[in-house]
Design a protein around this ligand. Structure first.
Ligand code: CP
Ligand code: NVA
Length: 331
């Protein structure tokens, strides 16, 4: 398997074998990190990390993973670059390619990271766009595989706004790797028809399935993994909170949902999560709408916290695998 020079923009661009290869590589890096093995084979290289939206996990994962591999990092924060304001994506890509060996981009439309990749001479990695969050998918699949020992045939249900980055990306990765994916939400929050058709063709080859349902009991019955995400994503206007709370409250992950899924089920969340009101936004929204928790109850979050934080840790190991493979640290 040789992924040297490849961009990492969406998992649509990768075969199931390539995705599994990245998971195996991440597991290997995780083991090496635990044993204290030096993996700094990319000494002397440098990567640029562009964040037009904020981040804790993704930024820290890119930075720690790059440092473990021996690389230097430059972080461009949401206000700290000229990109898209005073300088075009194409010019930015050309400039950064003269200085760096790889570029991470987190921001708005997928077309921006694609344009960056088109004009850059070095690998470009998608650290989240409105449409996709592919590095998160590797961490999620690694976490599920670590817990269950396999992926094929597992049943994952996503509850919430399934037409945005997390719902889209989970549908893609499940379809590629042969998991059974269910989006459980009001119909207008289902992924779009075009992407659904593409994923159905992947599922046809992998043995996976794709199901959409508005019914929580049916959708979560017997699930191996119950997954949710914030109801309002970064970059969306505050004005949408009201309709989201109205539409998605029936799809909150509660202990009843977990019991319906079954004893072996786990809960995952890409984080950050509104499982209580101990955050500035959580407090504001909580007071405005009379809520104490949103997409997941604090009881579910605390009961399944081990998996959620394994998932967060796995961001670093999987991002390390993506950088190492595409920069040619491993063959
Ligand atoms: N899950 C995730 O992408 O987290 P951050 O927004 O903190 O990077
Ligand atoms: N849907 C969320 C994911 C955060 C990791 C967002 O885009 O804000």
């Amino acid at each position: 398997m040789n992924l040297k020079g490849r961009d990492f923009l969406t998992l649509k661009d990768f075969t199931p074998e390539e995705i599994v290869y990245l998971l195996d590589l991440a597991a290997d890096y995780k083991e090496k990190k635990k044993q204290g093995v030096d993996v700094s084979t990319l000494r002397g290289r440098n990567v640029a990390l562009i964040f037009e939206k904020t981040s804790t996990r993704t930024r820290c994962s890119f930075e720690t993973a790059a440092h473990d591999l021996g690389m230097g990092t430059t972080y461009l924060d949401p206000s700290g670059s000229q990109i898209g304001k005073k300088e075009s994506i194409a010019d930015t890509a050309n400039v950064l390619s003269r200085m760096f060996d790889g570029i991470e981009y987190r921001g708005f439309g997928q077309e921006i990271v694609e344009s960056l990749a088109e004009h850059a001479d070095v690998p470009v990695w998608n650290g989240l766009t409105n449409e996709y969050h592919p590095t998160q998918m590797l961490a999620d699949m690694l976490t599920i595989r670590e817990h269950f020992g396999d992926l094929k045939g597992r049943r994952l249900v996503y509850m919430g706004d399934a037409r945005y980055n997390m719902g889209n990306s989970l549908m893609i990765v499940c379809a590629k790797l042969g998991l059974h994916f269910t989006a459980c939400a009001p119909a207008r929050y289902f992924p779009n028809e075009e992407l659904t058709q593409i994923c159905k063709s992947y599922a046809g080859e992998s043995g996976g399935t794709i199901t959409f349902t508005e019914n929580v009991e049916e959708g979560t019955k017997g699930a191996d993994v119950v997954y949710t995400d914030v109801w309002v994503s970064m970059g969306e206007p505050d004005a949408v909170w009201e309709e989201r709370i109205r539409d998605l409250s029936p799809y909150k992950v509660t202990m009843d949902v977990m019991r319906n899924a079954g004893e072996k089920a786990i809960f995952l969340h890409c984080l950050p999560a509104f499982h209580d009101c101990n955050t500035k936004i959580g407090k504001e929204i909580g007071e405005r709408f009379g809520l104490t928790e949103m997409e997941v109850t604090d009881e579910v979050f605390q009961t399944y916290r081990k998996f959620v934080f394994d998932e967060a840790e796995n961001r670093m190991h999987t991002i390390k695998a993506v950088m190492a493979a595409t920069l040619g640290a491993v063959q």
